[in-house]
Design a protein around this ligand. Structure first.
Ligand code: DX5
Ligand code: ZN
Length: 220
């Protein structure tokens, strides 16, 4: 049976009760913390930065997955490693020297991943797939939580899975944006290994139960 990982997005947490929400994730069936860093340039929104991540890392007891939505991410690789990131993903669209960026992330002891915007074709990864621990497919345009899921994502996941198999890579596939109980199982069936969920988890009546439901739904 496949154990699909669930990564709640802290962007949707209550920042006035951040420690409470971190403990909720610690004590739930969630697998990772998903942390969205936005610079207001690469995406039209600013989320939070280093001091907030440091506070999260102090309490988080699970893998910290940092999604950088920033231009020129190379400048901050070392900083994010020092802050406690276990996984660092950078946008394909923000990295003219992606191969070098991935090596720099690994040199700091983190898992390295690339993120694709909805318009970016998975075939562009053919020459770098064996260097990638993770590919994160955006199923919304990055910048905001609470948007609706782009249906073309299923097809993209299947294409990426085929490329990974063809190249004999061990890359895992993560999906981010608009994930709910309506699409989670189908995403797992298409080949997704990790599902990020922000508003679906935190806007629900019982986030702990919602996470457990997503785990159950995606155990295929
Ligand atoms: C969007 C972020 C997502 C976001 C997901 O730019 O990368 O991680 O928090 O939120 P939901 O699950 O609400 O779409
Ligand atoms: Zn994200």
């Amino acid at each position: 049976m496949k154990n699909t990982l669930i990564a709640p997005s802290v962007l949707a947490a209550d920042f006035a009760n951040l420690q409470r929400d971190i403990e909720m994730i610690n004590n739930s069936e969630a697998d990772w913390f998903h942390i969205d860093i936005m610079d207001g340039v690469f995406v039209p929104n600013i989320s939070f930065g280093m001091p907030v991540l440091a506070a999260i890392a102090k309490h988080a007891k699970k893998t910290i997955d940092v999604h950088l939505m920033i231009i020129d991410p190379d400048r901050y690789i070392k900083t994010f490693a020092e802050l406690g990131a276990n996984i660092l993903t950078v946008h394909y669209e923000a990295c003219p020297h992606l191969h070098r960026t991935l090596q720099a992330i690994k040199a700091e002891g983190m898992k390295a991943g690339v993120v694709l915007n909805p318009h970016t074709n998975v075939d562009l990864l053919e020459d770098v797939i064996n260097d990638l621990d993770i590919v994160l497919i955006m199923s919304v345009n990055p910048g905001f939580g609470g948007q609706s899921f782009i249906e073309n994502t299923y097809e993209k996941v299947r294409k990426l899975k085929a490329l990974i198999n063809k190249k004999g890579a061990s890359t895992i596939i993560e999906i981010d944006g608009g994930v709910t109980s309506k699409n989670a199982r189908q995403l797992a069936e298409a080949g997704a290994d990790v599902l990020v969920a922000g508003s679906f988890v935190f806007n629900s009546e019982n986030p702990t139960e919602t996470i457990a439901d997503l785990k159950k739904l995606t155990a295929i």
